[in-house]
Design a protein around this ligand. Sequence first.
Ligand code: FES
Length: 122
Amino acid sequence: MFLHTCPFFFCDYIKDMPKITYIEDNGSSHTKEIANGLSVMEGAVQNDIPGIDADCGGGMACATCHVYIKEDWWEKLQTKADGEEDMLDMAYEPNKFSRLSCQVIVSDELDGLVVSIPSKQG
Ligand code: FES
């Protein structure tokens, strides 16, 4: 039996997109729905979030997508990619909650994720 009530096949896809909150250094907050499978960086670029330039397009070669992950989300993230730590050493003021947002892939489990953008990138 067909139980789907939406006349458009993509309704569930749109409804279920995880929300990611980007916080600029000046405190401005932007909560955006980002499709599963995109990176947190791609979500920022598509939504014109200031401070995530992503100069290398996600190739893990620039660190201009550096973000700080809100502490209570840290354990829920995928482990760092090979070489990510080395690139983070080149980022502006990295700390133990630093990630390259191009290496964090959005999924339902990350619905509500909060990331902060370093001041030099803002
Ligand atoms: S976009 Fe260049 S390292 Fe992430």
